[in-house]
Design a protein around this ligand. Structure first.
Ligand code: PLP
Length: 402
């Protein structure tokens, strides 16, 4: 197989289309799907040699690696500007691998409180069982990070933009605080996408994606990826991930590899529509707030625009009149679907208090800024005018509209 190593001068959009390609002897244009668990050896000696040390394009078993998965890893690493990547079965397998592979009993971690529910479960419930101490802070409060990080803090963990109320964390400032204490910076970068932000350039050591979101972007398969230095990926993540079974399926890798060809176009189009919708809804009589990092009314708009090229593809809306009003709006939408994924080509809306964040107490939800009237809108690829018309018609059903 021929390895087409990316030219270092290629821009991210070019890398997202060509990086990592491995062509078989047939010279196929579209990447091959190697739907195989195992690989054959020419001789007993060749098998022995590969188990002693597999070369960069030599495979043993798909739980350890697979050529299609490897193409996805190389392509996303090139797009992100990371030395290497390890692909996993889901975003949570990536978060779990990154944290568990690097931590041991006695270590300390500082994490932002506003986290995806399953990430919070790992940090709050699982890691402490194995003797890892975790301190939670308000991720937007730099003094809180300063007070929590100490010598012996092994890592800090946060989402660059939090779910669902879109708080923006100052990556460079948190990285300075963490690095001064010798801690690694791990960023769950789903909301900023691989398109809008140079997360490693801002100071992250490890970047994680749920590829289920914008990378697939078409609602088909689960996937995840951990990105970082070659040393960290191959010496810390790979041994943990390959022995604990969180490998990405070659079929999903093939879907996601093709998705990377369009992720830049899709995210930019979705973000442009999100900005138009946020502007169109800002000040609507039925809404107490429209939260979108790309709006100048967002409390961290300046930081968001310094860190990211665009405001992202997700908008939080606070409907006046609490849950009943929020439900009335959801049920009146005709185009936008009620579901809980995000980053999809189809616009999707969620009521976090009764779905994704249902298990939290009211106080915990309040601490995260989630009220009974909060809706999270993931903007898709439909025509912006159609989406705005659907939202306007549905908001007219809300009690505050009159
Ligand atoms: C969805 C999501 C995850 C988990 O990803 P899965 O692919 O569903 O396992 C982790 N972090 C964030 C921020 C997410 O949005």
């Amino acid at each position: 197989m021929k390895d087409t190593t990316p030219n270092p001068s290629w821009k991210p959009r070019t890398r997202a289309i060509h990086a990592g390609t491995r062509r078989s002897q047939y010279g196929e244009v579209s990447e091959a799907l190697f739907l195989t668990q195992g690989f054959v050896y020419d001789s007993a000696e060749a098998a022995e040699a590969r188990f002693i040390e597999a070369g960069p394009d030599e495979y043993i078993y798909a739980r350890y690696g697979n050529p299609t998965v490897r193409m996805f890893e190389d392509r996303i690493a090139a797009l992100e500007g990371a030395e290497d990547a390890f692909a996993t079965a889901s975003g949570m397998a990536a978060v779990n691998a990154a944290l568990t592979a690097m931590l041991k009993a006695g270590d300390h971690v500082v994490a932002a409180r506003a986290l995806f529910g399953s990430c919070l479960y790992i940090l709050e419930e699982i890691l402490p069982r194995y003797g890892v101490e975790v301190t939670f802070v308000d991720g937007t409060d730099l003094d809180a990070w300063r007070a929590a990080v100490r010598p012996g803090t092994k890592a800090v963990f946060f989402e660059s933009i939090s779910n669902p109320v879109l708080e923006v964390i100052d990556i460079a400032a948190v990285a300075d605080i963490a690095h001064a204490a010798g801690a690694a910076v791990i960023v769950d970068n789903v909301f900023a996408t691989p398109v809008f932000q140079d997360t490693i350039g801002l100071g992250a050591d490890v970047v994680i994606y749920s590829a289920t979101k914008h990378i697939d972007g078409q609602g088909r398969c689960l996937g995840g990826v951990v990105l970082g230095t070659r040393d960290f990926i191959r010496k810390t993540i790979e041994p943990y991930a390959k022995h604990t079974g969180g490998a990405m399926s070659p079929f999903n890798a093939w879907v996601l590899l093709k998705s990377l060809e369009t992720v830049d176009l899709r995210c930019r189009a979705q973000a442009a529509t999100a900005l138009r919708i946020a502007q169109a809804l800002d000040g609507h009589a039925a809404l107490a707030r429209v939260i979108f990092p790309g709006l100048s009314s967002h409390p961290q708009h300046a930081l968001a625009m310094r860190q990211m090229e665009q405001g992202g593809t997700v908008i939080a809306l606070e409907v006046k009149g609490g849950q009943a009003a929020a439900f009335a709006v959801l049920n009146a939408l005709k185009l936008i679907t009620i579901s809980n994924n995000l980053g999809d080509a189809k616009s999707i809306i969620t009521h976090p208090a009764t779905t994704t964040h249902q298990r939290l107490t009211e106080d915990q939800r309040a601490a995260l800024g989630i009220t009974p009237g909060t809706l999270r809108l993931s903007v898709g690829l439909e025509d912006a005018d159609d989406l705005i018309a659907d939202l306007h018609a549905a908001l007219a059903a809300a009690p505050g509209a009159a």
